[in-house]
Design a protein around this ligand. Structure first.
Ligand code: SAM
Length: 289
């Protein structure tokens, strides 16, 4: 017999509050009552995978079973929204290439001891950091033709273990690569050796450019030693309430140089937040001081 599905009313009265409270406390993600249906359908997949009867049994498993720590990882994978794309919101990549990198490289010495440092915060399954890695590699190659060095380092973080695994693997269905310009596809992607699926894989030389790590924006200490020139923090803020947005950006900015650039999603607004930032362009900010 398939597991019985609670209606959203049943879920709201029995379990929604405890799931929602956990999501907001652990991840900062708002979970208003009108999200009950969506949350239910995401968690029902876990119910089925685990062979449980219903969401109440799942709630017990998540909060009280000996395997609850392990289950938290799957729960986080289930409740986060990981929508992303190569070259998503492309104007930002043009601005990075044409304005930010030339400006910052003029302003300070970039060398092997102090490479150009970029953080892709909330990187999902890797399309965004690989877009950045292609762009920075192209820039470095261009600089080499002028006998200049442009070493860079790229950190990519997310809370979801599942998306980090896909990001590290760098394997994508061919249908996802349309936004990548043809010359970059030829240079940085290969057909995957499993020919039964229409897949491509990012070349090792590009995969090696990125350090992928698990990081929760709600942690008081991010345990990051780097000082970044640029932070891409796009399409994550929308899930947080205003005080959480302010707190998370303040923590991120601790790891950014004065004058560093912060990119947020085009549908995200940070106006009215008390932060040391000035606007430099659409959804682009620069750290003051
Ligand atoms: C919609 S995706 C955005 C991906 C990419 N930045 C883009 O714009 O295409 C949001 C990502 O933020 C991550 N996320 C959500 N809450 C988080 C938290 N508290 N700490 C770290 N990552 C989080 C999710 O796992 C998800 O992969």
């Amino acid at each position: 017999m398939p597991p019985t599905t609670s209606t959203s009313e049943e879920m709201a009265s029995a379990s929604f509050d405890s799931f929602a409270e956990l999501i907001t406390r652990e991840l900062g993600i708002k979970m208003p009552a009108n999200k009950a249906q969506m949350l239910q359908s995401r968690l029902m997949r876990r119910v089925r995978t685990l062979g449980l009867d219903n969401l109440d049994a799942y709630r017990h498993h998540l909060f009280h079973s000996p395997g609850r720590d392990e289950e938290r990882i799957h729960f986080i994978d289930a409740v986060t929204t990981n929508k992303t794309d190569f070259f998503r919101e492309p104007h930002h990549f043009d601005y990075l290439q044409d304005t930010v990198i030339p400006l910052l490289s003029r302003g300070r010495a970039i060398n092997r001891r102090e490479p150009f440092q970029l953080w892709c915060a909330g990187c999902s399954s890797g399309e965004e950091p690989y877009t950045l890695a292609m762009l920075l590699s192209e820039y470095a190659e261009h600089e080499r033709t002028a006998h200049r060095d442009f070493p860079f380092s790229l950190l990519a973080t997310d809370i979801s273990t599942r998306v980090l695994e896909s990001a590290r693997a760098g394997i994508y269905p061919s249908s996802r690569i349309a936004p990548i310009p043809e010359p970059l596809r030829r240079k940085y992607l290969r057909r995957h050796r499993d020919r039964s699926h229409d897949l491509v894989r990012v070349v090792p030389a590009l995969r090696e450019k990125i350090g992928f790590h698990r990081l929760n924006f709600m942690s008081p200490d991010y345990k990051i030693q780097n000082v970044f020139d640029v932070v891409f923090f796009r399409n994550v803020l929308i899930y947080f309430d205003r005080p959480t947005q302010e707190m998370v950006i303040s923590r991120i900015l601790r790891h950014a140089r004065p004058g560093a650039f912060l990119f947020v999603g085009h549908s995200e607004s940070i106006s009215g937040l008390d932060l040391p930032l000035r606007q430099a362009g659409p959804a682009i900010f620069q750290k003051i001081g």
